[in-house]
Design a protein around this ligand. Structure first.
Ligand code: B12
Length: 284
């Protein structure tokens, strides 16, 4: 599968790390030890970071920790990783500045293989996007740099998202309100929720609330998430959002999700850290 950073399915992964598939699944389910991405066919794919976590888990078990303690220790960020991540961010920004498509793909491939999905999103992609926004606002980068980076990253994220609606987990319906074009962070949120076993129905940018309502009636999601960068994009639609909140469990995300509006709608406010927000929704 192109773009998966050399990740492998459970059978091959179990063979490589020398732990049975059953035990690996139990560690994943109980402790969130592993963070598989999904293949184009919807299969879980395990990365080199997952393999390192299994190694640390085994070492901690051998040192006499309980399984829960060992898993917690195994999931902690490792010393040295921060330097690699800072290097990755620099490489990405240099590649964006030079419109270097291959290099940007290469950093993403290596980052996914080395760190897994959540760290890639939280420590590489999101900070780089924020930095691109900052440099653009300061006139150091052109809009073309931002468009080049956003479109390449969006393509990569959506390729990881393929068939994220498949499976048996609870369904999340994700959309941005009318006029909201920033959907990258909502895709990232959906990917993390997917890695926790949820199914995703993604409507994306600039979606009329009425059509979210209709979709929610048709599909009965366990949660509907509306994400916006500016509060006005939500505040303009309070009556429709109130109707939506009566139809489906509702959550608001992004910088536009004011706590007062969440309270008024009886909606859940998702925190600023989208990786943690997805884990909380999934009850992890
Ligand atoms: C890429 C980008 C675009 C792309 C979007 C492509 C896409 N498909 O998403 C395009 C080109 C469409 C775009 C357009 C515009 N953009 Co723009 N854009 C960005 C940029 C560079 C990255 C956005 C992104 O994905 N960031 C990654 C997120 C995750 O970072 P974050 O903002 O810090 O978000 C944190 C939390 O809020 C939270 N979060 C965010 N979303 C969500 C969602 C959920 C579910 C949860 C739980 C949490 C969460 O997670 C983050 C922390 O972990 C930002 C810069 C930036 N700082 O982010 C500007 C930025 C958001 N854009 C900005 C502006 C001004 C615009 C335009 C008005 C420009 C223009 N004049 O046309 C238009 C508006 C378009 C519209 N109508 O919506 C401003 C917004 C300022 C403001 N507060 O209003 C920013 C901050 C740039 C800047 N420095 O000024 N943009």
């Amino acid at each position: 599968v192109p773009g998966d950073g050399g990740a492998v399915r459970i059978g091959e992964f179990a063979r490589r790390v020398g732990v049975s598939a059953e035990l690996l699944r139990a560690w994943e389910r109980r402790y969130g030890l592993l963070q598989p991405i999904r293949s184009a066919g919807g299969f879980r794919l395990y990365t080199a970071e997952d393999a390192r976590r299994v190694g640390r888990m085994r070492a901690a078990l051998e040192a006499g920790m309980s399984a829960a303690e060992a898993a917690r220790a195994a999931c902690e960020p490792q010393p040295g990783a921060e330097n690699l991540l800072a290097g990755g961010r620099d490489r990405m920004l240099t590649a964006i500045t030079a419109y270097d498509e291959s290099e940007l793909h290469a950093v993403l491939d290596e980052g996914l293989a080395a760190f897994g999905l959540e760290t890639l999103l939280r420590e590489l992609l999101m900070p780089v996007l924020q930095e691109v926004g900052r440099r653009w606002a300061e006139g150091l980068l052109e809009i073309s740099h931002e468009h080049f980076a956003s479109n390449l990253i969006r393509g990569r994220l959506l390729s990881l998202a393929r068939l994220w609606g498949r499976g048996a987990g609870p369904l999340a319906l994700l959309a941005c309100p009318p006029g909201e074009e920033h959907d990258l962070s909502l895709i990232a949120f959906g990917l993390v929720l997917r890695s926790h076993g949820w199914r995703i129905l993604f409507l994306g940018a600039d979606t009329p609330i009425e059509t979210v309502l209709q979709t929610s009636r048709a599909t009965s999601p366990a949660l509907t998430v509306i994400a916006a960068f500016r509060p006005e994009r939500l505040d303009e639609h309070v009556p429709a959002l109130l109707e939506l909140a009566e139809t489906t469990p509702l959550a608001l995300g992004g910088p536009g999700a004011r706590p007062e509006l969440c309270a008024e709608l009886g909606a859940r406010g998702l925190g600023a850290d989208l990786v943690s927000a997805a884990a909380e929704v999934a009850g992890r």
